[in-house]
Design a protein around this ligand. Structure first.
Ligand code: FRU
Length: 485
C-alpha cells in the first residue's frame, strides 16, 4: 500500500485495509498496531463513556518520526476495537510540527486531552507548548490551545509529555524536562480547575545525575502513602544486568510530599521491562487498578525494525495491571486478555522428562509453564523458526535469566540478562504474536518484551535441561485476533 498523501487517502486506505485484510507473516493478531505509518507512545489512556479510549502517537503519512498525530481506538473488551481514527492533527501554530504525547482526564462529562505542541523554527530550534483539547461523547474534539506557554527559566525546550494526577481534590501535572545543565528532570504544576496551571517546582528526588532527559513521566498512587514515579530516562550508563537498551523505562517508589514537591525515601530505579523493545509506558486508573500500556519499540533504533519496508512500524503492549507487592510493581496482563483464548492445545501436569518438543502451526498462542528448578543447574526454553531461534536460559545457581535474540537473521539482535529470583519454580507466561513476544516471569515480577522477524511461519517449542526435571504445569492456548470494526 503506498503512503497516503492526504486525509482523504488515509480514510480510503483504512477502509480498504480492514475490508480486504491481507495478512503478512509479521502482522500481529492481538497487539494494537496501525495498518500503515508509525505508531509510538500510548497517549490519553482513559475509561470514558463506558469505553476504554486508547490514543497514541501516529504518523499516518509514513514510517518516519515526524508529523505526529494522535490516533484513537476504543474498546469495551480489548477484543473488538473501533477502526483507528484521527484525533489530533498537527495543524495549528502551537503544534504544527507534532501533537506530542500527553494524557487524558475525565471530568464534567468530557475527556480532557493534555498534550505537547511541538514547533520547530527555521533553523531546527524547538519550542514546546502544553496544550488542551476537549473530546466529547459525540466524538467531536475541540482544541483549546496553549495552557502552559514554553518552559520556565533554567530549562531547555525539551519540555513535554504532560501527565495529570489528582491528590486531595487538587489537580497536578507532571512534565518531563531537561535542565540547562542538560540533566533529566520533572516539573510539577498545580491547578484548581484543571485548565489554569501554576508551577509548583521541580520534583525533588535523589536522582541528581540520572540521564540527560526524562520523557513520559507518570505519578500514580500505589498504596496508602506510597507513590510510584514512572518515567523514561535517556542517557543512563549500560551495566551488565541493567540498562542494556538505548533508553530505559522504569520507576522509583517513595512518599510524595506535594507541599515540598519531593519524593521522599524513594527506592532505586527499577526497569519495567528487561526485554529489547519497550518504552514510554502510560498508566491510567480503572476500577481501582493501575493499568499500563507501553510502546513496543525504541526511539533512534528504527533500522532494527524491518517492517518499515512494508509501510508500517511498531505496536503497543497488552494492557498490564500493576500490583504493588514486596516493594516492587508486579505486572500482569489484564483479565480481558483471557478472552483471547480460543482453544486449549495442551494441558499437562507433573511431567518428568529431560526434553520436550512441540511444533505449532500458528504463532498466536499463550503458554503458561512452570518448571521445578530447585535441583537443576540450568534450563533452556527455545522458540524455533526453522533454523532461527530465540533462546531463554535460566541459570538457577546464579538466579540469572538470559534472553538471546542473536540467532535471528532479520531485525534487532543481541542478548539481555537480568536477575530473576526463584526458590523452587520458574514460572513463565508467554504471549506469542506474529512478530512480538511478551514474557511474564514469576507472576509478573519481571517482563521481557521483544520483537522478532522470522523468515518462516509457525513455531517449535523446545525445553531442554541438564538432568530430568518436573514440568509442574504446561498449558497452551491458541489466541484469536482482535477485530477492528
Ligand atoms: C517518547 C517521545 C515523547 C514525545 C513523543 C513524540 O517516545 O519522544 O517524549 O512526546 O515521543 O512522538
Amino acid at each position: 500500500m503506498p503512503n497516503p498523501k492526504s486525509y482523504q487517502e488515509i480514510n480510503q486506505n483504512l477502509n480498504n485495509y480492514y475490508s480486504n485484510k491481507e495478512m503478512s507473516i509479521w502482522r500481529n493478531n492481538f497487539h494494537i498496531e496501525m495498518p500503515f505509518g508509525l505508531i509510538n507512545d500510548p497517549n490519553g489512556l482513559s475509561y470514558y463513556d463506558n469505553k476504554f479510549h486508547i490514543f497514541y502517537q501516529w504518523n499516518p503519512f509514513g514510517c518516519e518520526h515526524k508529523t505526529k498525530h494522535w490516533g484513537l481506538v476504543t474498546t469495551t473488551n480489548f477484543i473488538n476495537f473501533t477502526k483507528p481514527q484521527m484525533a489530533l492533527k498537527p495543524q495549528d501554530w502551537f503544534d504544527r510540527n507534532g501533537c506530542y504525547s500527553g494524557c487524558g482526564l475525565v471530568k464534567d462529562n468530557e475527556l480532557k486531552l493534555y498534550y505537547t505542541g511541538n514547533v520547530k523554527g527555521p533553523n531546527g530550534e524547538r519550542e514546546s507548548y502544553q496544550c488542551l483539547a476537549i473530546y466529547r461523547k459525540d466524538g467531536i474534539i475541540e482544541k483549546h490551545g496553549v495552557i502552559i506557554d514554553k518552559q520556565p527559566n533554567g530549562y531547555t525546550a525539551h519540555f513535554r509529555d504532560p501527565y495529570v494526577f489528582i491528590e486531595d481534590d487538587t489537580y497536578y501535572m507532571i512534565l518531563g524536562v531537561q535542565s540547562e545543565d542538560l540533566k533529566g528532570r520533572a516539573l510539577i504544576y498545580e491547578s484548581i480547575d484543571s485548565v489554569k496551571w501554576n508551577l509548583l517546582g521541580e520534583l525533588k528526588t535523589d536522582m541528581k545525575d540520572f540521564g540527560y532527559m526524562w520523557e513520559c513521566p507518570n505519578i500514580i498512587r500505589i498504596s496508602k502513602g506510597k507513590h510510584a514515579f514512572i518515567f523514561s530516562p535517556q542517557g543512563l550508563e549500560k551495566e551488565e544486568l541493567k540498562n542494556q537498551n538505548l533508553y530505559q523505562s522504569g520507576y522509583v517508589i517513595g512518599e510524595l510530599d506535594i507541599e515540598s514537591v519531593e519524593l521522599k525515601n524513594h527506592s532505586r530505579f527499577k526497569e519495567l521491562d528487561m526485554g529489547f523493545d519497550f518504552y514510554a509506558p502510560q498508566i491510567f486508573k480503572h476500577n481501582g487498578e493501575n493499568i499500563m500500556i507501553g510502546w513496543i519499540g525504541m526511539p533512534d533504533r528504527d533500522s532494527e525494525y524491518p517492517t518499515y519496508e512494508h509501510g508500517w512500524m511498531y505496536s503497543l503492549t497488552m494492557p498490564r495491571v500493576l500490583e504493588y507487592k514486596n516493594n516492587v510493581l508486579y505486572q500482569k496482563p489484564i483479565n480481558e486478555m483471557r478472552n483471547l483464548r480460543e482453544n486449549e492445545l495442551i494441558n499437562i501436569k507433573g511431567l518428568i522428562l529431560n526434553n520436550y518438543n512441540l511444533a505449532l502451526e500458528s504463532r498466536s498462542v499463550e503458554i503458561m509453564i512452570s518448571i521445578e528448578v530447585e535441583d537443576i543447574e540450568s534450563t533452556e526454553v527455545k522458540f524455533k523458526f526453522n533454523d532461527e531461534y530465540i533462546l531463554i536460559t535460566y541459570d538457577n545457581k546464579r538466579q540469572l535469566c538470559t534472553v538471546d535474540r542473536s540467532n535471528m537473521n532479520i531485525g534487532g539482535k543481541g542478548i539481555r540478562k537480568f536477575k530473576l529470583n526463584s526458590s523452587k519454580e520458574l514460572k513463565m507466561n508467554v504471549f506469542i504474536d506474529n512478530s512480538v513476544m511478551e514474557i511474564y516471569y514469576q507472576d509478573g515480577l519481571e517482563v521481557t518484551t521483544l520483537t522478532y522477524y522470522p523468515k518462516s511461519e509457525g513455531l517449535e517449542l523446545q525445553i531442554r535441561n541438564d538432568s530430568k526435571i518436573t514440568i509442574n504445569e504446561l498449558n497452551m492456548w491458541n489466541l484469536r485476533s482482535v477485530k477492528y470494526e
